[in-house]
Design a protein around this ligand. Sequence first.
Ligand SMILES: [Fe+2]
Ligand SMILES: [Fe+2]
Length: 474
Amino acid sequence: MSTIDLQALIPNNVNLADNRQLQRALEHWQPAFLNWWGEMGPSDFNAKEVYLRTAVGVDASGWASYGYTPMPDYRWGIFMADKEEGRKIGFGENMGQDVWQEVPGEFRSAFRRLIVTQGDTEPASVEQQRLLGHTAPSLYDLRNLFQINVEEGRHLWAMVYLLHAHFGRDGREEAEELLERHSGDVNKPRILGTFNEPMDNWLSFFMFTYFTDRDGKFQLKSFAESAFDPLARTCRFMLTEEAHHMFVGETGIGRVIRRTLEVMKELDTDDVAALRRAGVVDLPTIQKFMNFWFTSSLDLFGSEASSNAANYFANSIKGRPDEAKFADHLERDTRMTITVSDGKGGLMDESITVRNGMNEITRLEYVKDCNVGLTRWNMGIKRAGVDFEFKLPSTRFRRAVGVWAGLHTDPEGNPLSADAFEAQKDQWLPTPADISFVKSLMQRVTEPGKMAGWIAPPDRGINAHPIDYQYVQL
Ligand SMILES: [Fe+2]
Ligand SMILES: [Fe+2]
């Protein structure tokens, strides 16, 4: 097992002390990171004690310690899953060879681009969520928000370590720039669209952690297969933290739905205006928020047919999530079918190589995973005797990237004219009025154990503490 140095300025299990130059470079980046945290991280809460978990190792049985800490004192560390002795490359043309401990020269720019793009999303989400603390529906939720924020900060550290350790001067420059681009900045925005979307309410936050953090899960799973072993090991450990982010999303959306169902029962109505007057989010509005964040997250997987994705796979740079479960790890001459527009308002099949279709394969795995939560929420609705079902829109709906970019469909994926889409889009996507209604519900609740009226309490607290634990000392 790796040695863990928790006393170091930068806690790590990568033997940082053995490489003075690298250590110094990272210690130089650290104040810039803390500066960024102060300016772009959670606003106004930096002096408060928050009950946080900190990664202190990579052992499955106990990798985290819990305790109160002000966020700027969080021990952001560099952790990799333990090395698997004799690990071989599992896919692509280099399959069966030993994994790489260094980046081969010819793949340097590909890896750099992938690591920078992943790294960029981590601080971006912290920036997006910067103001949410002011309207947290409970102390429990406030703590979860901050937990996610500090861990996204740690994920940035994970990517910055790889850049510093394996990409020399270019890597150090990229690490600086990761702190210079900002979410929603007109001149220097974050790289990917979803990470520039404003997030000014907690329903969007729960949708983001359910749908967008789940995109992160699938990216990390694909990198966990990489022939570049330090990247694979880094991402394997990040996945353990990521699970909590998606838990916050799934239980958050579930609690909003549960509360709405309670009020529907109390008032014996599904009338949207009546429910809104009662201070809960009606189910059709929840569906609209789902449509928005799900489709935005679909774009993060990239184009359905992509020669970049084919190169990444062919060269063993980026695999498919859970590569081992696929039958063929080379996909040399195999083909698959995607659905494209026929240019006349209809649909048409197109055959592409499987290698070109890697993004689409990963996207479809993601959609399956997204549906797990919907099935659970729909069961709750059915049990409540309410006639309503959440449904994910088609992967053709509201796309800005790929073969459906700029084309219009309804949520079932049937092509539509731009006019027909415009005429109906308010039924499918949050309107300014929907958003301002949801925002009007966002009132801060700070008494331990109390919840805002629009959300049900969680089933249990954090780390076996009760729900009314003082998760943040305000
Ligand atoms: Fe992350
Ligand atoms: Fe995350």
